[in-house]
Design a protein around this ligand. Structure first.
Ligand code: ADP
Ligand code: MG
Length: 257
């Protein structure tokens, strides 16, 4: 981030928030994640790029324990290992929010209820406090006036902004975004990216799978390029876009730019 002071950048380099150590994931015989070592410092915006099927979604899903990992690897959130199951997992999972391509809002609940459900059920927040916080967040993403509606009554861009508000309502330490604008009509992409740029500027730790190169250049601190379940390049956005090191990366950029 260009806005960040050198002191803040230096601190970010040493303060690991998400750590993957020797992470492997198999689906049957298929090796989807190959020995991933990755440290995301607090406050960093990491852009994950790679061809379809390279393991980007699987990476996000394992960080949030939506997928288990193979024996031997470790994932730590803020220094603590992610447990396999139980209450402790729910608590640690709440520390890393996730925003999906397909929004995944609860279709039969109001926008407001979508945002308050997690804080009430998982964090034990009182309804009034949860609603007050939710309204602030909906205001911030520009959909407060839609709070009583159902998701289907909103545009895709509005629904995705609600999904971001819902993730923020859990007061996460980091947010994962898996192609958050890929399902949107082109005219709605920017309104969602604007919210994400705002979060990045405020110092939110973010892992963002996206092919939006403008966003990657503007908000990204780092580009992680994946192919075939492995990290092939890990560098700053400018170096990646102007001087990719691997044929796979050059090939990928040739197709999307
Ligand atoms: P990306 O998000 O980069 O397109 P994914 O992480 O979705 O890639 O998938 C990586 C590979 O793992 C793909 O070949 C995909 O078919 C496979 N895969 C993902 N999820 C499953 C699953 N639940 N069962 C079997 N194979 C899967
Ligand atoms: Mg994917």
């Amino acid at each position: 981030m260009t806005q960040r002071t050198p002191e803040a950048s230096a601190a970010a380099e040493t303060d690991a928030l998400i750590q993957l150590q020797g992470v492997n994931k198999h689906f049957g015989d298929f090796h989807a994640l190959k020995d991933i070592d990755l440290t995301i410092p607090r406050g960093q915006v990491a852009i994950v790029l790679g061809p379809s099927g390279s393991g980007k979604s699987t990476l996000c899903r394992t960080i949030n324990r939506l997928e288990t990992i193979d024996d031997g690897g470790r994932i730590l959130i803020d220094g603590k290992p992610l447990p396999a199951e139980g209450r402790e997992l729910a608590r640690l999972r709440a520390e890393v929010g996730m925003v999906f391509q397909s929004f995944n809002l609860f279709a039969h609940k109001s926008i407001l209820d979508n945002v308050t459900l997690g804080p009430i059920r998982v964090k034990g927040k009182k309804k009034a406090a949860a609603e007050a916080h939710a309204m602030e967040l909906l205001e911030r993403v520009g959909v407060a006036h839609q709070a009583k509606k159902l998701p289907a009554q909103l545009s895709g861009g509005q629904q995705q902004r609600v999904a971001i508000a819902r993730a923020l309502a859990m007061e996460p330490k980091a947010l994962l975004f898996d192609e958050p604008t890929s399902a949107l009509d082109p005219e709605m992409v920017q309104e969602v990216l604007d919210v994400m740029v705002g979060l990045a500027t405020e110092g939110m730790t973010m892992v963002v799978v996206t092919h939006e190169m403008g966003f990657a250049r503007k908000a990204g601190d780092r580009v992680i390029f994946m192919a075939d379940g492995a990290i092939l390049e890990d560098t700053d956005p400018e170096s990646f876009f102007t001087n990719p090191q691997h044929d796979r990366a050059r090939d990928f950029l040739g197709k999307i730019l």
